[in-house]
Design a binder for this molecule. Structure first.
Ligand SMILES: C[S@@+](CC[C@H](N)C(=O)[O-])C[C@H]1O[C@@H](n2cnc3c(N)ncnc32)[C@H](O)[C@@H]1O
Length: 372
């Protein structure tokens, strides 16, 4: 058993905790933009391959207090780095700092790299190289005030990169945010799903991955842990095959629609790249003309917040969304995300849930509307 920290986006901690519970993690504790838990390397492999709302899976190796650069450097030199990499291997450091002792993340990263490299130079008279793209070891540093956490990053590239995106239109959602929004809505593939303003299709694609229980990284070719000295390829292949064997057909309609042909085309291309095109109907249709599927299900919408529009036009646009929902989508589980809280109020329907999420740097309301 070892300690594991899984990073996510603000507001998705509860759904990530539930995903980890389903994978069998122990000692689950929601943190800020992360969830802590315990598990073995099998859990680390599966977490990377299967978690929909994870950005990175980190393995903490040392926590300490640092009051100045010298004590930080000494504490890092005290870790036996040869356990994790060889002198011929390459290294990358991701550092984030908040607080008085270290003010600049970039500088903290350089100091960390120096401490590790100096340890090898003292032992072997040679130093490992730095490779920020595909290193053998990616070290994650998190400093809050004087408290330092040093972790190994088992993921490599951020896990929001699923490798299916071939085209985008304006303002695509982060894949982790889209998956989190769907899981927060309570939709689990047992009913129809509609995104009437689909843009490049992130929500319907993540919905299809959920409905078919497809492991979210099924198109990814490598993870950070592939290059670790203790990587167990046989165990990894067995876990991957077991997860792939759980892929299942899906019996309800998934509908992706947008008023722009560019968006319809981008969604179709991304669906094809994911190999999921047969599960999703893609249409070019303005929301007020879109026919709801016969059986009610879940509708999630990410309307534009167009800064070029006049305020009254934006408010009128959101009011028209509310009118269409009321007229055509009775009985649906309807959710809208927007950074424009004023506009959300103009939807004019009673909200049954108001959640707060971040779309990039923009704080957004994610509201569920009562559609009886
Ligand atoms: C912010 S983007 C959606 C991005 C999408 N979630 C993604 O991940 O790529 C908003 C989309 O709403 C579409 N849209 C705006 N007004 C619409 C309307 N009345 N009916 C249908 N689509 C509309 C736009 O064409 C645009 O593609």
């Amino acid at each position: 058993m070892q300690s594991i920290i899984v990073k996510t986006l603000a507001g998705l901690e509860p759904v990530l905790a539930e995903e980890l519970r389903l994978l069998g993690a122990k000692g689950i504790r929601p943190l800020k933009r992360a969830v802590g838990c315990e598990g073995d390397m099998e859990l680390v492999y599966r977490a990377n391959y299967e978690l929909r709302t994870a950005l990175r899976v980190l393995l903490p190796i040392r926590s300490f207090s640092a009051y100045n650069e010298r004590s930080y450097y000494d504490a890092l030199r005290d870790i036996n780095w040869t356990k994790f990499m060889g002198v011929n291997d390459s290294l990358a450091v991701d550092a984030v700092t908040q607080g008085e002792v270290f003010r600049h993340s970039h500088y903290l990263g350089l100091l960390t790299k120096d401490a590790i490299v100096d340890q090898f130079r003292d032992r072997y008279n040679r130093r490992p190289n730095v490779n920020t793209i595909a290193p053998n070891l990616r070290v994650n540093v998190h400093v809050q005030g004087t408290h330092v956490d040093i972790s190994l990053d088992s993921s490599g590239d951020s896990l929001h990169k699923r490798n299916y995106r071939r085209d985008t239109v304006e303002a695509p959602l982060n894949e982790v945010l889209a998956a989190g929004m769907i899981l927060l809505s309570g939709w689990n593939g047992k009913g129809p799903f509609v995104d009437p303003m689909c843009g490049s299709g992130t929500l319907p694609i993540e919905a299809t991955l959920i409905a078919t229980q497809t492991p979210v990284q099924f198109k990814r070719e490598s993870f950070g842990f592939f290059k670790w000295p203790d990587f167990d390829a046989k165990r990894w292949n067995a876990l991957k095959s077991a997860a792939d064997a759980r892929i299942q057909p899906f019996e309800f309609p998934i509908l992706a629609s947008d008023k722009e042909s560019r968006a319809r085309n981008a969604t179709s291309l991304n669906l094809m790249s994911a190999g999921l095109e047969k599960w999703v109907r893609v249409e070019k249709m303005p929301f007020d003309k879109l026919e709801a599927p016969e059986v009610p299900g879940t509708l999630i919408m990410n309307p534009p917040y167009d800064e070029r529009l006049k305020v009254e036009d934006t408010l009128a646009f959101y009011k028209s969304i509310g009118d269409v929902l009321k007229k055509r989508w009775t009985g649906w589980n309807a959710w809208v995300i927007s950074s424009n809280r004023d506009a959300l109020k103009h939807v004019g329907l009673r909200t049954s849930k108001r959640l707060s999420l971040f779309n990039g740097a923009l704080e957004c309301g994610y509201h569920q509307f009562e559609m009886f």
